[in-house]
Design a protein around this ligand. Structure first.
Ligand code: AHR
Length: 646
């Protein structure tokens, strides 16, 4: 017994007697860091675009919903509830003859013999009886719709209402005249509510309706042809200080099963009512109200470099059966689409596609420097097509860097094969790695990039730490976030090789979840930040210019030391369930006060709409004198210290 106690003492002694030490000399810089390291990956998954960032409050606004990939998720009547008012004689039908335009072929004909017909749109609500147009008292909403008179003797009245059609805004009536015309109104909500938009056709005769739109008057990008974006979500993205914006996918870019589903950027530009909708592989439809022009504008708005991803002539390889890859001839022909996209982004207003950009409201070119060809593709078929497409880009636009896909996994034969092919033929491309792994994989692989050759650069285009599923979801808890933070210390140490990294997916609408975990959650009015969001933010806000050589004598901790001209940054992650006292010996750092930001708590902590700030960063001060700073790293924490260097 005594012997056992003695052994325990011997084991504990080093813990109590010797504080952990970190040593670094601020002037001993090692590697230059990438100034584009932290950015965003945006894809229309979990209603991220339609029903999310895109400010449109109506769902299936032009009756085009018809998701052949997910028939149960979207049809022409999705989100609409249509009925004749009690005692009325009225009917309705979907029509295709002589539509608003060829890209918007379906519209609704409402016919009334007596009384009125009511059309309710529930927005992006989930339950059939629930209104999903979240309005706020006193706020204004811009509305428009296209009408074509079919001898209606009567009017079309529109209002924001409850489920029974009782107005929550002053109703506005229109008398349709002649051919298709645009009718506009502005509504002010009388109270906070999850509401409906109600269109009432009354009188006698018929009228055709198409392309109805309701957006908050307070939105960003009102002048963009798509109509604009939800301001609170844009501000949340801005809070991440992104250096780049990768869009529009993800799998949606590649197209699923059929070539018709390929994301064609040309469908997404020009007047919004002329954008041809496409089934969304994750759920409903892509209206493309947030299209390529809007993505470029958003990137510019955020101060981020746009990073478009285009289809590579190979349909999504994760979904079978799929139509054949493009033939070589088709691939060469398709290359022109990519060149046209680059012209759209960067060409002068004298070029055909540059002219369209100018017409849409942006005569100046966008700052396009990268183009990704393919998303999660692999194998000989992909790399042959990548060779053709990237060669076409390089010949015409040598200043643009092409990004090549390395496939959807972190380890094993598939990614090894991709890297072998890339090193042999495309070493000058940026290599897009994607991996979603169990949380603990991340700290265990913090040294992944230490051994990568320094020549070919990596773009970690999608990653996230995955916790075990609870209920139907993988939680966005602190443990996942801390594992990501631990990994980021390794990414920063290797940011001469990893020049870009983006968490995925970015956004999820409550009740419309296709994938978990996600960085940012939202509903009609609230935005919910996850612990992973805070980690991304903390690291992005303290991005250094150089990695500083450092040493730490505690294996449980993960760390990196970086610096800018005027600050030394010490990033420390403690995944252990115990506090760890730490002495920092920091040479070439003047006496004074540093600051820190810390995220800590119990590993299972997750934020919710009811308790949104259970895990949120706290700040504090840390003194440094004679090159020494004392601190305690709490159990389960990430802390970033910044010490002034001048
Ligand atoms: O981020 C969600 C999906 O994960 C992306 O669409 C795809 O690229 C990956 O498989």
């Amino acid at each position: 017994m005594r012997k056992a106690l003695l052994w325990l003492l011997v084991l504990l002694l080093p813990l109590t007697a010797q504080a952990t030490t970190l040593t670094a000399d601020a002037n001993d810089t090692w590697r230059e860091m990438s100034d584009t390291l932290y950015g965003l990956f945006f894809e229309d998954i979990n209603c991220a675009a339609d029903g999310g960032l895109y400010a449109e409050l109506l769902q299936n606004r032009s009756f085009e919903y018809e998701n052949i990939l997910n028939p149960q998720r979207a049809d022409h009547y999705s989100a609409w509830r249509i009925n004749a008012a009690p005692g009325s004689k009225a009917e309705w039908s979907l029509m295709n003859e002589d539509p608003l335009n060829a890209n918007n072929p379906t519209y609704l004909r409402a016919s009334v013999e007596e009384g009125s017909l009511r059309l309710f749109n529930q927005g992006f609500a989930t339950g059939a009886l629930k209104g999903g147009i979240t309005v706020k008292a006193g706020q204004s909403y811009d509305f428009f719709m296209y009408l074509r008179d079919q001898a209606l003797e009567g009017c079309v009245t529109v209002a924001i209402t409850d489920a029974g059609g009782n107005p929550m805004s002053e109703p506005v009536s229109f008398t349709p005249e002649g051919a298709w015309g645009k009718y506009t109104a502005s509504f002010t909500a009388a109270k906070d509510a999850d509401a409906w938009l109600c269109v009432t056709v009354e009188g006698q005769g018929s009228v055709d309706l198409d392309m109805l739109s309701l957006m908050p008057a307070d939105r960003l990008g009102k002048d963009w042809p798509g109509g604009g974006l939800r301001r609170d979500l844009v501000e949340t993205l801005r809070g991440l200080e992104p250096a780049f914006l990768r869009f529009p996918g993800g799998c949606v870019t590649e197209g699923s099963y059929t070539r018709d589903n390929v994301y064609n950027w040309k469908d997404t530009v020009g007047p919004v009512e002329q954008r041809r909708e496409n089934p969304n592989t994750w759920g409903g439809m892509q209206t493309y109200g947030m299209g390529f022009y809007e993505y470029f504008c958003l990137a510019e708005e955020l101060g981020a470099l746009p990073l478009p991803v285009v289809h590579a002539g190979v349909l999504c390889q994760a979904r079978e059966p799929r139509e054949s890859d493009y033939t070589m001839d088709e691939t060469w022909a398709y290359a022109q689409d990519i060149l046209d996209l680059i012209e759209f982004a960067t060409g002068s207003a004298d070029t055909p596609w540059g002219a369209l950009r100018a017409e849409m409201g942006h005569p100046e070119p966008f700052d396009l420097r990268y183009i990704a060809i393919g998303n999660e593709n692999w194998g000989a078929g992909y790399f042959t097509r990548y060779g053709i497409l990237s060669q076409a880009v390089k010949e015409k636009y040598p200043e643009i860097t092409c990004i090549v896909a390395a496939g959807p996994v972190a380890e094993g034969a598939l990614i090894n094969d991709s890297w072998n092919r890339i090193r042999a033929k495309f070493a000058d491309s940026l290599v897009d790695e994607h991996y979603y792994m169990d949380s603990m994989w991340f700290p265990e692989h913090v040294n992944r990039y230490d051994s990568y050759p320094r020549t070919t650069k990596v773009f970690l285009g999608e990653y996230a730490a995955h916790e075990p599923v609870q209920g139907s979801r993988r939680p966005n808890n602190l443990r996942a976030a801390l594992c990501e933070a631990a990994y980021l210390t390794g990414i920063e140490r290797n940011s001469d090789v990893v020049c870009m990294a983006a968490y995925a997916p970015l956004l999820a609408r409550e009740g419309q979840v296709d994938w978990t975990p996600d960085l940012i959650w939202f509903n009609g009015t609230q935005v919910l930040l996850t612990p992973s969001y805070y980690v991304q933010q903390m690291f992005a806000q303290t991005l250094g210019d150089w990695v500083v050589r450092s040493a730490l004598d505690e294996e449980k901790l993960f760390h990196v030391v970086t610096r800018t001209e005027d600050k030394l940054q010490v990033k420390l992650v403690n995944l252990a369930e115990e506090d760890i006292p730490l002495t920092m010996h920091l040479t070439s750092v003047p006496d004074g006060e540093g600051v820190y930001t810390r995220l800590s708590g119990e590993m299972r902590t997750a934020n919710s709409f009811v308790k949104p700030f259970k895990a949120a960063p706290a700040t504090g001060a840390c003194q440094i004198a004679n090159g020494e700073a004392q601190t305690v790293l709490p159990a389960c924490s990430v802390t970033i210290y910044e010490f002034p260097l001048q």
